[in-house]
Ligand binder design. Sequence first.
Ligand code: IVH
Length: 670
Amino acid sequence: MKTEIKKLRTELERHNRLYHIENTPEITDREFDLMLRKLGELEKQSSEPIDPNSPTQRIGGEPIDGFKTVPHAAPMMSLGNKFNEEEVFAYAEKHGGPFILEPKIDGISISVRYENGNFTQALTRGDGERGDDVSANIKTISSLPLRLQTANPPRLFEVRGEVYMTRNGFTALNKKRQEAGQEQFANPRNACAGSMKKLDPREVAKRPLDIIFYATGKLDGIEFATHRELLNTLNAFGFKTATTSPTCTTSSDLWKNIEKLDKMRDEFDYEIDGAVIKIDDRTRYTELGGTAKFPHWATAYKYPPEQAETRLKDITIQIGRTGVLTPVAELEPVQLAGTTVKRATLHNDDEIQRKDIRIGDRVLVEKAGEIIPAIVRVITKKRTGSEQPFNMQTACEAIGINPIKNEGEVAWRIDDLHHPAMLKRWITHFASRNGMEIDGLGESNVERLVDAELVKSPADLYTLEKTQLLALEGFKEKKAAKLIAGIEQSKTRSFDRIIYALGIRHVGSGSARILAAQFPTIGTLTSADIQTLEKIRDIGPIVGNSIVEFFQASENKTLIEQLQAAGINLQQAANGSDELAGQTFVITGTMKTLSRNEAGERIRERGGAVSSSVSKKTDYVVAGEKAGSKRTKAEALGITILNETAFLKLIQTDSTHPKQKEPANQTELF
Ligand code: IVH
């Protein structure tokens, strides 16, 4: 078993490297996860203690109380700054090349220590002399090797790099925080810094972080003649380095590459705030010397942030799905970093007050590599006196919204779930793909139904009649029939999807699945108390409270009763299985023993999908009596046709397998 464990670890390390460093994975993520699981199982069975640097040990145990401050073996210096072409030339001429140019990653610098090839510690920069021990957090970053990929590791290898949050990951994280009423991070760097400060590595593991290396700390048993040699060795040992690092021999070559790098910045999955110029010849470093704060062997050129001046025409209010109100700056269109900017986020009311932003102001907008343009400041000297201060309360009231602010939250939210704007969001969410998946009920139809006051809560959908739809503009016979059928079909969606569709704050698809598994009927869920809920892994007190609050509201009690009365499936299928997963059925004609809806329910309980039209993607057509064109089409396409007896047989033999539960910790991304 010991050799098997060792073999698996080495294999996993190799695949990790292929995936993260070389971008040439040989196996799928799933295969990787299965291998990792297998290793975990073997380690559990083995009598040997588990190696803390095993690939299974990235996400450590319990949260810690605080970070230990530890001295750096070699001080962590900073870099001098160059702000223009002249300064770059002066540096280059003074010291001479060749140089290596690297992107200056806008993250958090980290020093990682390996002893005899094994990861032992990761420290933040701190004051340069002493940093915080963030080992448990850094270990969760999957591209970081926990063992150096070499047969002859040096005694001591300290490497320095930058932890950053990926740009896409940052956008997704902020979106999620906005929905949850939490303060949004201003930029990926702040989000990354916030992640590093977390005391629970399991939380850090959910954050989209990565790390790129570019320098050394203390070394023992290894040396490098050039920076290029260091970069190559870093890659060989399994570290990620910047995707571009051109060698530049002359000053003008250097400047050309600085400009080129600036143009390339959108291609990186991290933000850069400059370029780092490094002298390639490491044997000169001691002689080059430096100041108390920074060495002369490297320097940073800072790109000017891209800014533009424009007028703030108005501040509008955006309503999020869960009712979070975000003020948005409506700008006079202006060119910025290659795009026309018309809107900028104002994050929240506090920010508007802090920056004293008034409607009508001339403002400076900035896109310092950031994804969403932001207002840097007001050009106060251009004020005419006609500018209007903004007040969230009055602005909301003007559009018929009663805003509230919960204690401890920065965000304002709408108090009234039945406000048309909110209601539209709610119904759209209810009908969405991960929710009740109501065919034919997209945003525009929701708008029509809410504006006509036909729908005041999701339950009203189930009492809609075709004649009511036909009276609306834009609805003809076919469209109305499709919507009614779509609504009817949605009644058999699985219980977890209903829970998600209800739109309970903080309850996403993942939590909904966990809840459905723990509380198999609506009655048990609505009466669950906070003590029970907060103990469930991945639910916790915040989500728990919002569930309790939701089901305590009298209007929601009515909603549940109405949904129940409408015949909606409000319990977990008792004998669900996933036997029909990935199979698409079309049901047509009449059957003797069950209705089309019931047949659909049986299929979905077993993980299958039901579609209303026959296509090449259909796997089975269940044809009852008087099956018409659908059957003919299925025959033409050569699709398997099941009569009632064959269908019953199919679902009977499949119903014995209990549905596999997903492990709770894999259901949600963040
Ligand atoms: S080399 C002596 N290379 O910028 C310091 N630093 O403003 C050697 N940074 O503290 C650092 N990208 O956190 C280096 N490619 C890069 C970098 C980089 C970002 C950060 C680093 C440093 C700060 C200095």
